[in-house]
Design a protein. Structure first.
Length: 580
């Protein structure tokens, strides 16, 4: 007899299970047997049908090394320890069959796999190497260590069919405000792979610092905070390769034409507008600076930098920012003011600030798209600029209404709504000597409300997990949602805290973008995800990842003893709508 957990689009691992173990993200379809646990040899042999693949071989070695190093026993298993009827036979091989072993790691590549564990064999079938990597991370989380026999086992036979709901499942890291070391970036990639997040969006530079090597303009990296807080091109290639071996795409972002000062001013100070002004007059935060895009010199420098970086990064997508441009900044530039005077208002292209933005898009996008597909933040469209429909738009404000407006207009969208997916929020502001924090009656609203964090509140895993980022979309509109990203801006983040601020919260998005946050009946499954994310956090700690605790460990050891409700469906009463 077999117990079928889910047979629909939205899987529901953990409701009825012949096992305590519960991998994250929950697979789309899981069927457990009940004939007893299956023991493995000290190290199974890997057999690959077809040509062997270095990425696949590395993933297998990485998986088995982690299994044997951790000797993992989930807390819920330890509290209810029973190994059942243990097979005397030890499995000694794992077979992987690939339909297409040559597909590159790019947007839209197939990540489908099946995993079958029986008394006789472990068989993985995948369309591509990247699906097989996901099968390994699922298999890794199924293993339990038996202290008595000192063997590794899986609780029962199991059959899994799995593929993601969304092709883009990401994290955005910012190394422009504060520096993140290469080692810390690689550690985030490791955890991303474990929970099947597949895109690291790297916001590489900003007004505050320029830490990447540009060989065309070697002087740009002088605006790194220090020599040791910088990335050589060899460092960048190491990160790209590390991402590839873990099935994680690295998508670079160089924000243009706003958020631009450091680095650019080293090439020529004249191509930067308002870089020497007081920030509150011309920018949304310290420090100020935007490129003077009326200047032919600026255009040529941007083209040279983009050309070099687009060759360095193999991904077919490049992010060019385009957010938070301030008209007040450009009003300080004599060159731009002269451009305004020489370009009268046009019914098709607007006037002044908007006309200049349209000029930039019309001139630069054909150049950008010669080699890459472009992603931008939503601001150009919000400002009223006409952007080519093949541009991927990343949302950050306006909630589900922005997603609907953009998808209904024909754009492909990545959702990063600040109200739900910005992980740096809720810590207060970073602007120094801010009198609004003083304990004065006139500051009560500030201190008791936003608290200086423009994107309050702090984003708990529950807020992230229960967010329906495709709420209200038609079927056609939903097809244009490529996926979602959590964003961790680094004004108050560096290498010492980045891991704690990401994990395990980002795992909530990993599951909602992989298999969804609802079951086949449309009920929210946060009740069942609770134990998955709690166990996942403990697993990360055993791996040496400094993930933040979510609950007292008692709540992990004895599942659901810390729940607000006894009835797991009570949460649905609070979820009539989650779209901001």
């Amino acid at each position: 007899m077999k117990v079928s957990l889910l047979l629909s689009q939205f899987c529901f691992a953990g409701l009825i299970s012949a096992a305590f173990v519960d991998p994250l993200p929950a697979p789309r379809n899981v069927t457990w047997g009940n004939s007893g646990s299956i023991t493995f040899a000290d190290k199974p042999d890997l057999h690959v049908d077809g040509a062997s693949n270095d990425v696949l071989l590395q993933a297998f070695e990485r998986m088995w090394t982690t299994v044997t190093d951790l000797k993992w026993i989930p807390y819920s298993v330890a509290a209810n320890i029973t190994h059942g009827s243990v097979s005397q036979k030890k499995l000694s091989n794992i077979t992987v069959s690939l339909s297409d072993e040559k597909s590159d790691l790019q947007l839209g590549v197939s990540e489908t796999y099946t995993l079958d564990v029986t008394e006789d064999a472990v068989v993985i079938e995948a369309d591509t190497v990247w699906g097989a990597l996901h099968a390994f991370t699922t298999l890794q989380q199924l293993f339990i260590y038996n202290k008595e026999s000192q063997n590794y086992y899986i609780e029962n036979p199991v059959s899994i069919w799995d593929e993601p709901l969304y092709q883009h499942r990401g994290i955005m890291l910012d190394t422009g405000r504060n520096f993140l070391s290469k080692g810390k970036i690689m550690q985030q990639i490791e955890v991303m792979a474990l929970c099947k997040l597949n895109v690291l969006h790297w916001h590489m530079v900003d007004t505050q610092s320029w830490a990447i090597e540009i060989k065309t303009y070697p002087e740009m990296i002088k605006d790194a905070y220090s020599d040791r807080e910088s990335f050589s091109q060899e460092d960048i290639l190491d990160i790209i390769q590390y991402g590839k071996t873990h099935g994680v795409r690295i998508v670079p972002e160089v924000d243009l034409p706003g958020h631009a000062n450091s680095g650019w001013k080293r090439v020529d100070p004249s191509i930067v507008a308002c870089g020497n002004t007081f920030w509150a007059d011309t920018a949304v935060e310290p420090g100020p600076g935007q490129l003077d895009i009326s200047s032919n010199k600026t255009i040529q420098v941007v083209k040279n930098v983009y050309k070099e970086l687009s060759k360095l990064f193999p991904d077919n997508v490049f992010h060019i920012g385009a957010d938070e441009l301030q008209a007040t900044c450009w009003n300080t530039s004599s060159g731009i003011l002269d451009w305004y005077k020489s370009h009268p208002a046009s019914p098709s292209k607007g006037s002044g600030f908007i006309q200049l933005l349209q000029y930039w898009v019309d001139m630069m996008y054909p150049f950008f798209t010669k080699s890459k597909r472009i992603t931008t933040w939503q601001d150009f469209i919000t400002d009223g600029v006409n952007v080519p429909k093949d541009t991927i738009i990343q949302t950050w404000n306006g909630g589900a209404s922005s997603t609907k407006n953009l998808t209904s207009s024909g754009y492909d969208v990545i959702v990063s709504t600040a109200d739900f997916l910005y992980l740096d929020c809720g810590y207060g502001g970073f602007v120094t000597n801010d009198p609004r924090y003083l304990d004065l009656a006139k500051n009560d609203e500030f201190n008791e409300g936003a608290g200086g964090s423009w994107c309050n509140p702090y984003k708990t895993w529950q807020r992230i997990y229960n967010y329906d980022f495709a709420d209200g979309l038609t079927e056609e509109e939903n097809k244009r949602v490529l996926g979602a990203e959590v964003a961790l801006w680094s004004e108050q983040v560096d290498s010492t805290v980045v891991t704690q601020k990401l994990w395990p919260r980002a795992a909530a998005l990993a599951e909602s973008t992989w298999s969804g946050n609802k079951d086949d009946k449309g009920d929210y499954r946060a009740y069942y995800f609770t134990q998955r994310i709690n166990e996942f956090r403990e697993y990360l700690v055993e791996m040496g990842v400094d993930a933040s605790p979510l609950v007292p460990k008692m709540c992990v050891k004895y599942p659901h003893t810390c729940d607000f409700y006894k009835d797991p469906l009570e949460l649905n009463k609070w979820n009539t709508t989650t779209a901001a």
